[in-house]
Design a protein around this ligand. Structure first.
Ligand SMILES: [Zn+2]
Length: 80
């Protein structure tokens, strides 16, 4: 996993944990998900990424299954 990818996923988890992530960091991960297909896939199908983006923008709750999926990536690596 590239360093930038790990960093972006770390930020995603922080946001999903409800931590106070600076706005510029949110923009960074949004931009990264837009240009990095592997990260896009790691975070799940497009529907889930849209949920994450919505969460980044503070408009919806994070679905539990998405949160656990991201958490699993950190503990077990990307799904095969
Ligand atoms: Zn990436």
């Amino acid at each position: 996993m590239k360093e930038q990818c790990r960093k972006s996923l770390e930020i995603a988890v922080q946001i999903l944990d409800g931590q106070d992530v600076p706005h510029e960091e949110r923009l960074t991960i949004e931009a990264h998900l837009d240009e990095c297909a592997p990260c896009f896939e790691r975070l799940g199908v497009e529907r889930d990424v849209k949920n994450l983006i919505a969460r980044l923008q503070g408009s919806t709750q994070c679905p539990d299954h998405l949160r656990s999926k991201i958490t699993a990536i950190f503990h077990e690596g990307p799904p095969t």
